[in-house]
Design a protein around this ligand. Structure first.
Ligand code: APR
Length: 235
């Protein structure tokens, strides 16, 4: 049986593909108020603003290409049983060839009815893949309700967190790439790793993580993944 690797990624893994991060200098949340464009209260206050924001995010993905870090993560599947748990709403892990990707915070290329129930048991049968096309006020789901981004807004539950906890708990190795570890519950996932499970973190910044199991590869995702792959080969 192959060893299991759980990979938790954040915006940093896509930074070198030209997609900005959220909290770095000049990041998305420097230019937009997340409570306006990415919260459930913001949605009910001004649906058009939120739809336009995600139309813009979705359009950026049309030409975005996976970088060497996404490709290196996909290549781990040659030798390991890999599940990617991503906080990203982009589709670059899929474009790189990763076959098992859990989108904790939803997907920018998808929408669903505003009045639908969305939780783990309900599955995703009302979710519609719109690719890179805009969705506007008045665009309705088959059930007649306004379409909304298939995004976990601030203020909403994270339906896939239980599945992510199971994956991390069962992992033989945990790899964390490009996340500031500031947004919960994703930021707390590593605590579910077994006490004997090594944890590797690839990020150019110092992170608020204090755990003796952690090896910090302090580099950008592309170079850091090269180093990580080498470490893995030498283990
Ligand atoms: N390679 C690797 N990491 C990088 C790079 C790079 N080239 N450039 C920046 N980073 C790191 C930063 O050092 C930082 O730790 O990526 C991280 C980005 O952090 P955030 O912008 O906070 O993004 P993320 O952790 O993914 O945010 C979590 O917040 O607003 C929400 O829903 C949104 O999923 C997102 C969540």
């Amino acid at each position: 049986m192959k060893d299991k690797i759980a990979v938790l990624t954040g915006a940093g893994v896509s930074a070198e593909s030209g997609l900005g991060t959220y909290r770095d200098n000049g990041g998305l949340w420097d230019n937009y108020d997340p409570m306006e464009v990415a919260s459930i209260e913001g949605w009910y206050r001004n649906r058009k603003l939120v739809l336009d924001f995600y139309n813009m995010q979705r359009a950026k993905l049309r030409d975005a290409q996976p970088n060497a870090a996404h490709l290196a993560i996909a290549a781990l599947e040659d030798k390991y049983d890999v599940t990617v748990i991503t906080q990203n709403v982009d589709n670059l892990h899929e474009k790189a060839g990763s076959t098992r990707v859990i989108h904790l915070h939803g997907e920018a290329t998808k929408v669903r009815p505003e009045n639908g129930v969305y939780d783990e048991s309900y599955s995703e049968r009302e979710v519609i893949d719109v690719g890179y096309e805009p969705v506007n006020l008045g665009d309705k789901a088959p059930n007649g309700s306004q379409l909304r981004p298939h995004i976990v807004f601030f203020g909403e539950a994270v339906p896939k967190i239980e599945r992510a906890i199971d994956i991390v708990s069962a992992a033989d190795l945990l790899l964390i790439v490009g996340t500031s570890m500031q947004v919960y519950p994703a930021a707390g996932l590593y605590r579910y790793a077994d006490p004997k499970t090594p944890i590797y973190v690839v990020d150019p910044a110092d992170l608020p993580l204090h755990d003796p199991r952690i090896t910090h590869i302090k580099d950008v995702a592309t170079k850091g993944m090269e180093k990580f792959t080498k470490i893995l080969e030498e283990r």
